[in-house]
Every structure is written in structure tokens, then in C-alpha cells.
Ligand binder design. Structure first.
Ligand code: T4K
Length: 391
């Protein structure tokens, strides 16, 4: 519960008032389902004495995820980043792969880590997702693939990217780390491109503590990834493929199975919170709350505010003021991958092709959401925002 009412700038902690919250309000607080159900499963794991290596809990988790998404194969992994790396390798990507710079750095790292150049294409500022025309501009004879990202769980331009991939003989896969439970044209995300990669990190709408998966309808691809996530073993003592350790452990699968049962509640709670934020902030000068497509399903997990030039305070001033109140809003994904050291060193002039990315990166703030944030806290966060954004 907030500790004070905020009506004017004098009520703000940056002006000497006490902070609105005693405890930090985080953006990525995990959604945790039934403790009893989880602990029952953990007991079962201990009784089984089977902790990892494709155990029964992981197999059940894979079946439930595949069924939920309507895909043929789910290959569960230890996290989304390793899942991206394994998918990239299983698809045989090499040379250059086109990705947005406006994403979490793991999308680019999964390529760079394997000696593949991530080539950054610009986004459409209205959707925050890849601009298909910008993707076309970045294709060279070395390009082998495209990784679309469904940022904030909002679908990338799937059909347009598939058309480009088909036209140029490129592989297309998706980083769907934010998009578990989202739809595109009424169909579950997870069913597009050659494969899609999910993250079940603690901070995601649906979590397995740490975890990820690749989902696909392609059996050959799924089989290859199953080998790769387990050192390339086919049976005892028989290694038939290069591989790594990408396995999900049983406790993570248990967490996932328990959390799956409360998914609808989490999504509904997020939707409710998003509506409050939108109603309170949507009409402020220079402020835009990123919307979700009305007739598509979405977890509404990310409350993304853009602070434009008509706001009386800049994005950085607003973030500083929120932090002073103990609201730990985040500037995801500032400054864009291309401006982070490994990629800045590789491509010092990338910004010339990334005008929308750079402009957006200066405007974004992501606000707390999740079933643990109450209406009173959200109203208080919105009051802080209003006092700052209004002249
Ligand atoms: N692709 C995309 C597009 C992604 O966004 C991500 C991950 C990936 C790929 C890779 O998937 P994974 O390999 O992670 O499965 C966080 C997450 O670590 C990361 O999973 C996520 N994206 C990214 C958007 O956010 P940080 O560095 O911001 O995390 P951190 O530790 O600052 O936590 C965020 C907030 O959550 C904090 O305010 C504290 C709170 N928190 C965090 C944890 C871990 C909790 O309250 N409890 C917790 O247990 O990256």
C-alpha cells in the first residue's frame, strides 16, 4: 500500500517528501501459483529420485505446453538463451542473421556467441517490432536467416517476414520469450516460422524459475535439438552429435506445471492492471501507453509507457523520480543492443540504419505489473507520473 497521497510536485520524494513505498516495487516480481501443488510435485520428485535428464515431470511439462500451444513438439531447456542458441544451431544458421536491436540482449548474444553476426534491422515505432522493409534493406549474400522477436508479447509481422524469408531462401525463427499465451491472427504464437523460442524466466508472466523451450511442428528439428540439449547422446555411451547441456530440471518443470494452472488468473489480473494504467496515463501530454491488439490474446505482462516530447518531464527524470519513491521502473531495452559494448565495437555505425530504435530507446519506461501489484499501488504510480508529465 502507498504511504502518501501525491497531488503536487512537493509531495514527491525527489523534492524531499518520504517515498511512497517502504519496500521496492519491482517490474519482474514472479507470479507464483499454488504452493501446495508445487510442493506436492517436489515431494514426488524426491520420492522418484529422478532430478533431471528428461525426467517424468519435464516430459509432462513438454506435453502440456505443446497441447496448450497446439504445436507438435516442445523441447524444454534450462533457459531461453540456451534454447535460442540450440535453435540457431539446429537450423544451421551462419554468416549473418537479421534481428532487431530493440530486444533483450540475449537475442543478439545467441548469435554472436556462436560466431554469427547479428545484423540489426530497424523497427516500426508504432508496434516496436521489426519493420519488414528495414529487414529487406539489411539482406546481403551472407544472410542465412531472420530472427523475429514478438516484443512485449505483441506478434511480430509474421506473414511479411515469412514472405521475405521465402523470397530470399532464408530460415525464419522467432524469439517468443515474451509471447507465451499470445496469438497472431487467432493462432497461438509458437506455431510460426521454422520454430519459436520461449523463456520461462522468473520475471516472465509464466515462469518455471529458470527455463525455456523451443516449439516446432518439425520432428527432425525437434529430434536434433533433443540430442543437442543432452551432449548429443543417443542412449548410453553413444554420442552421435555435438551438443551442450541445455536440460530443464525436474523442479523447474514442477514449478511450470503448478503455474500453468493459474495462467488465466495471471493474464486477467494483468489485463485489469493494464486498463487502470491506460485510463490514468493515456491522456497525459506526451505519454502513450502501448496497447495490445484487441482481438488477440496477450498476457498483458508488460506495461510499456512512451514519454514523448510533450511531456513536461523526460523519461530519465520520470524514472529517477519513480526510483526515489521505491518504484523500480525499468528502461527496457535501452539503449538497444547495437549500443552495448560488444556490438558497438563490432558495428560502430549501426545507428545510422536504426533511427526508430534510437528514438524509441530514449522514451521507454516499463512499469510494475503482476498479480501482486494492487490497484492502490498502481494509482499511486500513476499519480507520480501525472504530477511529473503535466506542466
Ligand atoms: N529474448 C528476450 C526477448 C528476452 O526478454 C529474454 C529474457 C531472453 C530472450 C532470454 O531468456 P532467458 O535466458 O532469461 O530465459 C530480465 C530477465 O533476466 C530476462 O529473463 C528477461 N528477458 C529480461 C527482459 O529481464 P534483468 O537483468 O532485467 O533481470 P533482473 O534480475 O534485474 O530482474 C528484473 C526484476 O525482477 C527486478 O526488478 C527484480 C525482479 N525479480 C527478479 C527475479 C529474478 C524478482 O522479484 N524475483 C526474481 O526471482 O533481465
Amino acid at each position: 500500500m502507498p504511504l502518501k497521497t501525491i497531488r503536487t510536485k512537493a509531495d514527491l520524494a525527489i523534492h524531499g517528501a518520504p517515498p511512497a513505498f517502504t519496500e521496492p516495487l519491482h517490474v519482474g516480481r514472479p507470479n507464483i501459483g499454488s504452493r501446495e501443488a508445487f510442493l506436492r510435485r517436489v515431494d514426488q520428485i524426491l520420492d522418484n529420485q529422478w532430478l533431471t535428464n528428461n525426467g517424468p515431470m519435464v516430459q509432462e511439462f513438454e506435453r502440456r505446453i505443446a497441447q496448450y500451444l497446439g504445436v507438435k513438439h516442445c523441447v524444454a531447456m534450462c533457459n531461453g538463451t540456451i534454447a535460442l542458441e540450440i535453435a540457431v544451431r539446429a537450423l544451421g544458421l551462419k554468416g549473418e542473421v537479421i534481428v532487431p536491436s530493440w530486444t533483450f540482449v540475449a537475442t543478439a548474444h545467441a548469435l554472436h556467441w556462436q560466431g554469427i553476426a547479428p545484423v540489426f534491422a530497424d523497427i516500426d515505432p508504432a508496434t516496436h517490432n521489426l519493420d519488414p522493409e528495414a529487414v529487406r534493406r539489411m539482406i546481403t549474400p551472407r544472410t542465412t536467416g531472420i530472427i523475429g522477436v514478438h516484443l512485449w508479447g505483441r506478434a511480430a509481422p509474421v506473414d511479411e517476414l515469412q514472405a521475405i524469408a521465402d523470397e530470399h531462401g532464408l530460415k525464419l525463427m522467432f524469439d517468443a520469450a515474451h509471447a507465451f499465451g499470445s496469438t497472431y491472427k487467432g493462432q497461438s504464437i509458437g506455431r510460426f516460422g521454422a520454430c519459436e523460442v520461449l523463456s520461462f524466466h522468473a520475471t516472465k508472466a509464466f515462469n518455471t524459475m529458470e527455463g525455456g523451450a523451443v516449439v516446432t511442428d518439425d520432428k527432425k528439428l525437434a529430434d536434433a535439438m533433443r540430442l543437442m540439449r543432452n551432449f548429443g547422446f543417443k542412449g548410453y555411451d553413444n554420442v552421435i552429435h555435438p551438443g551442450t547441456n541445455g536440460k530443464m530440471i525436474e523442479v523447474c518443470a514442477a514449478m511450470g506445471l503448478s503455474n500453468l494452472d493459474m495462467l488465466d488468473d495471471v493474464f486477467a489480473g494483468n489485463h485489469h492492471n493494464h486498463a487502470i494504467y491506460k485510463a490514468a496515463l493515456g491522456d497525459l501530454p506526451g505519454i502513450r501507453i502501448l496497447d495490445y491488439v484487441a482481438n488477440e490474446r496477450n498476457s498483458h505482462h508488460y506495461i510499456v509507457a512512451e514519454v514523448g516530447e510533450y511531456s513536461a518531464a523526460t523519461r530519465d527524470e520520470i524514472v529517477a523520480a519513480l526510483h526515489a519513491e521505491n518504484v523500480l521502473a525499468r528502461k527496457y531495452f535501452w539503449p538497444g543492443c547495437h549500443k552495448m559494448k560488444p556490438y558497438r565495437d563490432l558495428f560502430p555505425h549501426a545507428g545510422a540504419m536504426l533511427r526508430s530504435t534510437e528514438s524509441l530507446a530514449a522514451k521507454i519506461v516499463v512499469l510494475p505489473n503482476g498479480k501482486w501489484v494492487g490497484d492502490a499501488a498502481i494509482h499511486s504510480i500513476c499519480d507520480i507520473f501525472s504530477v511529473l508529465a503535466n506542466p
